[in-house]
Design a protein around this ligand. Structure first.
Ligand SMILES: Cc1cc2nc3c(=O)[nH]c(=O)nc-3n(C[C@H](O)[C@H](O)[C@H](O)COP(=O)(O)OP(=O)(O)OC[C@H]3O[C@@H](n4cnc5c(N)ncnc54)[C@H](O)[C@@H]3O)c2cc1C
Length: 301
């Protein structure tokens, strides 16, 4: 029934049932989504949301899955995946408009090709534009807030809404979209005319630093925890002698303690348990509660 209704919106054969989410997350863990859909335009996104709202069906929106820990038990309801199906990028002068599923490294390289500066920080962040807006993703003293001008979103009733920069309430790895239940559909970025060679050099330098410091050859979701005010999560974790600690197949990275990695066929529960263990140890020693930056979906023990 639900499958047939979704197919009437999205087309026959377009609804995947019991699709393992481990295939869609950078941690490479996560059980099945009851239904997974890939809308091809904004109207389809709005119709799916409206259908779910009318019928009390739970839904989640998935970008490129690079900041997610999904339960081994999977998710009931509908996962709305926005990736290459909604990834158009257009350039007009110093403005770039990108659909939510476009990858951030791809948008950064479009900026480079057009000699537009300001998005160098994003060239190594592996998420989607939508995920980056929602997380106010950032690195090396840059963040989405610096370049965002406007976002088009759809609310939980399926209506289109435009957000100005101020209305997005962007803060450190936070935005209004984390609580308002809207889906980001597209973002307008404003960059500055620059010199392509200088932009490329800056990107190369940031990416060199990433490869030097971060376990990029291992499955992870980037920094597991937010940076507590006045501290670095990695340093706090290291000071508790947790470097390299393992629980099941999950490990605190030897290379960077702020990253929990899927070291050896971890389950989502292994990763969750290690997150809890790290939080406990850091709180015991420093009286600081590390807050996960990674979004946690579904049930854990
Ligand atoms: C190796 C590695 C390095 C990383 N480095 C950085 C870094 O330097 N800086 C940084 O900030 N992050 C970093 N990250 C984390 C991650 O890439 C970012 O948080 C990114 O913005 C997440 O985008 P995503 O599309 O993967 O989101 P997902 O993981 O798919 O989703 C994350 C959250 O955003 C929501 N969401 C996604 N798309 C939408 C949408 N269109 N509308 C509404 N909600 C949406 C999801 O529901 C979920 O709550 C790194 C991750 C990895 C694996």
């Amino acid at each position: 029934m639900i499958k047939a209704q979704l197919e009437s919106i999205l087309g026959a054969g377009s609804v995947l049932c019991r699709q393992p989410l481990s295939q869609y997350t950078s941690f490479r863990v996560g059980g099945p989504a009851e239904y997974l859909v890939r809308p091809g335009d904004y109207s389809q996104v709005a119709q799916v949301i409206a259908y779910c709202a009318e019928n009390g069906i739970q839904w989640h929106v998935l970008g490129r899955g690079t900041n997610l820990l999904v339960s081994d038990k999977g998710l009931s309801g509908v996962v709305i995946a926005l990736g290459d199906n909604l990834a158009r990028i257009s350039v007009a002068g110093a403005k770039i408009v990108a659909q939510a599923g476009a990858s951030l490294p791809r948008v950064s390289s479009v900026a480079l090709v057009n000699s537009l500066a300001g998005l160098e920080f994003a060239s190594g962040i592996p998420g989607s534009v939508g995920g980056a807006v929602v997380m106010n993703a950032g690195a090396y003293d840059g963040e989405m807030k610096d370049v965002l001008r406007r976002v088009l979103a759809v609310n939980s009733q399926g209506e289109l809404v435009t957000f100005s920069l101020q209305e997005m309430e962007l803060g450190y790895r936070s935005s209004a979209f984390q609580s308002n239940g809207h889906i980001v559909l597209e973002a307008e970025l404003e960059l500055l005319p620059g010199d392509a060679r200088a932009i490329q050099e800056k990107m190369n330098e940031f990416n060199r630093r990433r490869w030097e410091k971060q376990p990029l050859d291992k499955a992870s979701a980037g920094s597991t925890f937010k940076r507590p005010r006045g501290h670095y999560a990695g340093q706090l974790i290291e000071s508790c002698n947790l470097r390299g600690m393992t629980l099941g197949g999950a490990a605190v990275s030897e290379k960077h303690c702020g990253f929990i990695i899927n070291a050896n066929q971890a389950t989502a529960q292994d990763i969750f348990n290690l997150i809890r263990k790290v939080q406990e140890e850091v709180e015991k020693k420093h009286n600081i509660l590390l807050v996960p930056e990674v979004k946690i979906w579904g049930e854990f023990q």
